[in-house]
Design a protein around this ligand. Sequence first.
Ligand SMILES: Nc1ncnc2c1ncn2[C@@H]1O[C@H](COP(=O)(O)OP(=O)(O)OP(=O)(O)O)[C@@H](O)[C@H]1O
Ligand SMILES: [Mg+2]
Length: 389
Amino acid sequence: MDDRNNPYSPGAGLRPAALVGRDTELQDWSVALDRIENARSARAIVLHGLRGVGKTVLLGDFHQQAEDHGWVSVMIEANTGRPLREALARALYPVVRELVRPKAGDKLKNALATFKAFSVKVDASGAWSFGLDVASAQGRGDSGELETDLSELIKDLAEAAQEQSRGLAILIDEAQDLSNDELKALCAICHQGGQRGWPFLLALAGLPNLPRELAEAKSYAERLFTYREITQLEQDAARQALTRPAAAEGVSWEEAALSYVATEARSYPYFLQEYGQATWNAAVGTTLTYDDARVGTVSGQAHLDAGFYRARWERAAPAQRAYLQAMAQDGDGPSQSGEVAARLGKTPTGVGPIRDSLIKKGLIYSPEHGQIAYTVPGMADFIARQPQP
Ligand SMILES: Nc1ncnc2c1ncn2[C@@H]1O[C@H](COP(=O)(O)OP(=O)(O)OP(=O)(O)O)[C@@H](O)[C@H]1O
Ligand SMILES: [Mg+2]
């Protein structure tokens, strides 16, 4: 069928035509917004899970919800190589500007001054203007110590937003790439904000090692956040992820085709989108048949191999590939690090640097001490499909 009407959306962070199976998380966020608006405390939310399960899309919905509530909301990505201070300053600038009113209240003036002082550390040329005469605040947001500066900035911004009956939401994707100091600062801010009742909410999304990184940053992190693991969809939701976008275009799925694709995709959101798209393209009529599904999954998988998997495979150096290959015996894992090292004829310490660099690249993570697993579902099968060296 015509690809121009194809309703599926495989890709990083692309909102699906039907966002299904995430009611719990959306509800968590909506309750948190409501609680803050009613001057009650609410925990920050941490979404963690493998590649392609839909963390970014969900965070995008959080952002949208916050804006729909009239909140000041920014969403940033932590893995761009920019420090958190810079990423935040740049993302906040347009929304802070948008707060400016001709008759700015005191809180707003304070916030603008603090923002300026905070941002001068990012870009001293000071291209941060607000159409108001604001001098940067001396001694607020500019000590150079991230935790202090960020906490002053968030406090002042949240209070300025409150002056306009709004809250402040900050959403950070790929948060596993934040440094230990940055995570520490964020924990401290959530802690203070909760105690002092700032109208502020934080949500983080990242790989499965994010909860552990937070716990290592601050011992009280466990009690500070609501942790939600984002996984494959439930079977029913997976079927809806396939049927609903098609139904909106007047196209239906044959039962056998639907079961086949949902099973082949193992209910992983990204794979459902990819296989759904390819099945649609393989079909000729307005019913997607079992034969279309067979053709679609083969071509969908070829597409994943050429993009989703290959992009990651090619980021690995030869020694790193050998390590990934040694893990593949355990399927989707987890593998015991010691065994992987033994398969390579090395000691665990000997392969330590390779293991660490793969973690840094976000290709593997350690689910528990002494264990290692792929962050990408289906990686072992992909490796098995590669020609052996
Ligand atoms: N709840 C959902 N229902 C249906 N499709 C979804 C859902 N969530 C995400 N998707 C689809 O899955 C794909 C991956 O989504 P997304 O980029 O948000 O995943 P991610 O967890 O952020 O992945 P990564 O770790 O690689 O950044 C997209 O094509 C998106 O349209
Ligand atoms: Mg993402």
